[in-house]
Write a protein of this length. Structure first.
Length: 258
């Protein structure tokens, strides 16, 4: 067998080395930014924006009441207190009552109130055994949030606390007054040193109490605003409710600074 010439072997080795280098260069990955994104890399800044257009609109400070939501068992209406752009308190000022509804309401509403504050939105879970009440609560809660955001967008406070800036309104809830027929609790809105709104957030209910409450409370609310203090007359036929109302009203006025 004839031996290979040394020069020929050197030429062949050099050619193989050059071919290898060319092949490696041809396999270098492209530097296209789009390729990195497709491979799971960081997306361009525009793609990182929220599909909703960014953060949710803030909610205005103050107290705001949502629209009443009608359910199969009665109306549900939610009031929110907002401070620092956050929900600090949620409460149902209307809820189904009478018969079994009393038990359902007492078991579900406190949990819904807590959930609203925790979630800071209307995206809260339904309470087991209170599907209709929960649905109405969420609907009224969303209404209250919408109103609060609209107020924030207009530069005003929310709901009842929206004022002219010179005499900011305050909404204060008095202590619960226990009566022979059930608790009475009054909330007042005070602006410029005057009561501009009074309402009972708790009243005796069930049986004949429903009729007495429906007749007496609107009169007591009007009397409180007219008098500007707790020195109001008892409503005929509603002595206990009237007394409890005046007691809670005085408590609210004391908290508001007279």
């Amino acid at each position: 067998m004839r031996k290979s010439h040394p020069v020929r072997r050197a030429v062949l080795a050099t050619a193989a080395t050059v071919s290898g280098i060319v092949l490696l260069l041809s396999l270098k990955p492209a530097s296209d930014p789009g390729s990195a994104a497709a491979a799971g890399g960081a997306a361009p800044p525009a793609a990182a924006q929220s599909p909703q257009g960014g953060a949710a609109q803030p909610i205005g400070n103050g107290t705001v009441t949502g629209d009443a939501a009608q359910t199969q068992y009665g109306a549900v209406q939610v009031r929110l207190t907002v401070s620092g752009g956050k929900i600090t308190r949620a409460e149902a000022v209307q809820a189904p009552k009478g018969g079994q509804s009393d038990q359902v309401t007492s078991g579900s509403v406190p949990r819904l109130n807590q959930a609203a504050v925790a979630a800071q939105s209307a995206d809260i879970d339904v309470v087991s055994g209170a599907t209709y009440t929960s649905g109405g609560y969420k609907k009224s809660l969303q209404s209250a949030l919408d109103k609060a955001r609209a107020a924030a967008g207009s530069g005003q406070g929310s709901g009842e606390d929206a004022g002219d800036g010179s005499a900011q309104a305050r909404t204060v809830t008095g202590d619960v007054a226990q009566t022979q027929y059930g608790p009475v609790q009054v909330r007042v809105t005070v602006s410029g040193g005057k009561i501009t709104k009074a309402e009972a957030v708790q009243t005796p209910k069930g049986g004949q109490s429903d009729q007495v409450t429906a007749n007496a409370v609107p009169k007591l609310n009007q009397a409180a605003v007219a008098a500007g203090d707790a020195e109001i007359d008892a409503v005929s036929g509603a002595t206990y409710t009237s007394a409890g109302y005046r007691q809670s009203l005085q408590s609210a006025l004391d908290k508001a600074g007279g």
